[in-house]
Design a protein around this ligand. Structure first.
Ligand code: UDP
Ligand code: MG
Length: 328
């Protein structure tokens, strides 16, 4: 299982985790990105409101994000909300994709803790009380970890398994395995993530980068009760590309590594055979190394452009309640 952050849970009030400082009950937001989900939304809403209504000492809101659906999703959402102030709706102009839709929801959510989950009930709403309980114990991030994936094709299970292990091996900070975008984020984490100017969010990577105390809770991922997966092969490929490029320095450095290995290999062969390094070997090796150098500069530019602060504060002693968790 994914190890908890070394610092462990933070006592209530220290990092702002586990609720508001004033005496009011904490507000829990649930963000649900929806793309062509008309077939399942009524069921999802019913199960969500049942679970949320039963949460002890908590207020709640649900933020549905219509990510440019082409079916009756928006109509269904407006009729589900029916003027209920606890249901907030956000509609994007077109289909921007799952990660962007979640980000739009995080920006619209006002809760002390925000839970992100899929619309299709593959992420069971019944896990929410457990997520909230861990948050109240002081964890800033509570991820739901898939212990099984009954409802998915063999292709998806195998490619996801291999891909996330590859990503974990290449990433420059630990990546949680077997977790998607079903998780609870404390307000401090949401504030940090929503202030980043990143145009191409990869939230599970950003959450790991942010480094807040994280714990995971296992669940069984069930099949979709209705509708079809909205993750086409193209969208899956795009998400994996985004993950690798945003979490790992390896793709940018790859040419340099290949170049150095090539030059080393060619030099050794030349030494053993007692002849000179052929010109073609020199040129290819040097070109690759230079490309890697360019890659390294591009990474630096990319790092500045995505506007991540150089570090994130967890807490201070004595606490200074007016200080933001991250430098502005
Ligand atoms: N989704 C979205 N925009 C997209 C694709 C998907 O908002 O472009 C939403 C979708 O409605 C669902 C969640 O993201 O709530 C996960 O999508 P899906 O269930 O199709 O993915 P899978 O579970 O098959 O990986
Ligand atoms: Mg799904």
């Amino acid at each position: 299982p994914f190890p908890a952050a070394p610092q462990g849970p933070v006592p209530a009030g220290a990092s702002g985790a586990a609720g508001p400082a004033t005496g009011r009950p904490p507000l829990i937001s649930v963000v649900v990105p929806c793309f062509d989900e008309e077939a399942v939304l009524e069921r999802t809403h019913r199960r969500l409101t049942t679970v949320l209504g039963a949460l002890p000492d908590c207020a709640h809101e649900v933020v549905y994000v219509d990510d440019g659906s082409r079916d009756g999703t928006w109509r269904t959402l407006t009729s589900l909300s029916g003027g209920d102030p606890a249901v907030r709706l956000v509609r994007l102009t077109r289909n921007f994709g799952h990660q962007q839709a979640i980000l739009a929801g995080l920006r619209a959510a006002t809760g002390d803790a925000v839970i992100t989950m899929d619309a299709d009930l593959q992420d069971p709403p019944e896990l929410i009380p457990e997520l909230v309980e861990r948050w109240r114990a002081g964890w800033s991030v509570v991820s739901a970890r898939r212990t099984s994936r009954a409802g998915e094709s063999r292709f998806k299970v195998v490619t996801a398994h291999v891909y996330y292990r590859l990503l974990a091996a290449l990433a420059d900070q630990p990546v949680a395995l077997d977790t998607g975008d079903f998780r609870l984020l404390d307000r401090a984490v949401v504030r940090l993530l929503t202030e980043l100017p990143e145009g191409e969010p990869y939230l599970r990577g950003s959450v790991c980068w942010a480094g807040f105390p994280e714990v995971s809770v296992g669940y069984e991922r069930l099949p979709r009760p209705a509708g079809r997966s909205k993750y086409s092969l193209r969208k899956m490929a795009e998400l994996s590309r985004r993950g690798l490029v945003s979490c790992s320095p390896v793709p940018a450095r790859m040419p340099a590594v290949v170049g150095v290995a090539w030059l080393g290999g060619a030099a050794m062969t030349a030494a053993v055979r007692r002849h000179r390094l052929p010109l073609a070997a020199w040129t290819f090796g040097c070109e690759a190394v230079l490309l890697g150098l360019l890659g390294e500069y591009l990474r630096l530019v990319h790092r500045e452009l995505r506007g991540r602060p150089p570090y994130v504060l967890l807490e201070r002693h004595p606490p200074q309640p007016d200080e933001p968790a991250a430098p502005a």
